[in-house]
Design a protein around this ligand. Sequence first.
Ligand SMILES: NC(=O)c1ccc[n+]([C@@H]2O[C@H](COP(=O)([O-])OP(=O)(O)OC[C@H]3O[C@@H](n4cnc5c(N)ncnc54)[C@H](O)[C@@H]3O)[C@@H](O)[C@H]2O)c1
Length: 274
Amino acid sequence: MNFEGKTTVVTGAANGIGAALARRFHTAGARVVVADRDAKNLEAIEKELNSIRPDSAFAVVADIGTEAGNVALIDAARAKFGFIDLFYANAGVATGTDLESTDEATWNAAMNINLHAHRWAAKHLMGEWLAAGEGYFCSTASAAGLLSQIGSGPYSVTKHGAVAFAEWLSITYGDRGIRVTTLCPQGVNTNMLNPTDAPAATTAVNSGGGSAVKASGAVLEPSEVADIVYDTIVAEKFLVMPHPEVHTYEKRKVDDRDRWLSGMRRLQARVVGG
Ligand SMILES: NC(=O)c1ccc[n+]([C@@H]2O[C@H](COP(=O)([O-])OP(=O)(O)OC[C@H]3O[C@@H](n4cnc5c(N)ncnc54)[C@H](O)[C@@H]3O)[C@@H](O)[C@H]2O)c1
């Protein structure tokens, strides 16, 4: 896909990977609708992009953890810039730990934000895309969606769901002009990996997941990840795997699941609490 003159929507664009994606797509000549529930940082991104090219960015404060929030975002983006060429479901949360400590509300929020949001957005985009014979759906899942997330059941399950949904979307609609790309990184240097305002043991990262991620490979900058995502979308490939070692871990998992699970338990014992 060529980004020049295209309309893109990026969720979770007020911070981290989403902000970097919005900047990267904008640099390539796209109009960018930036969406997030963090109104303050979102406004700053909109201002930054519009100061480079007037009326090329549009901020929509949205809670994408509901179907209505996704519909309102898509409606607002279409009203502003018309046909949405590419929708990037990037917003996510790393909340929830084990079975004993994670309440229903936390499980539901993780399911809604990390997984159902992708489905709700795709559901409301697909009619127009199929009629046009084209459309590009992207998502940020995680290496946890291919492997697992030490310290967090909700994160592991929802990210596997996000990968499964992206694969299913590509299989089901790929021959009708719909392209799909999903991002599966390990550590990226964002607020999610380095939380400052969450009490210990309430998030995937604080309950050992962050240490496990950092122990498993390099921590990349959001702009490095955005460059790799951009190249993958231009090439219209499905999987973005910015940490190549994830491929090795995935192969080990497929080759011998029991051995892989033992290794994951050893890693967990090393990092939990640390
Ligand atoms: N940082 C990492 O190491 C890492 C690794 C793998 C995958 N990811 C994934 O990357 C994506 C981006 O995360 P990040 O690392 O940039 O973290 P981040 O916390 O900096 O950004 C996440 C953004 O999503 C927004 N958001 C969360 N819930 C929302 C909701 N209901 N409605 C609207 N916006 C909402 C937040 O306000 C925030 O701006 C997430 O899906 C995350 O799971 C991150």
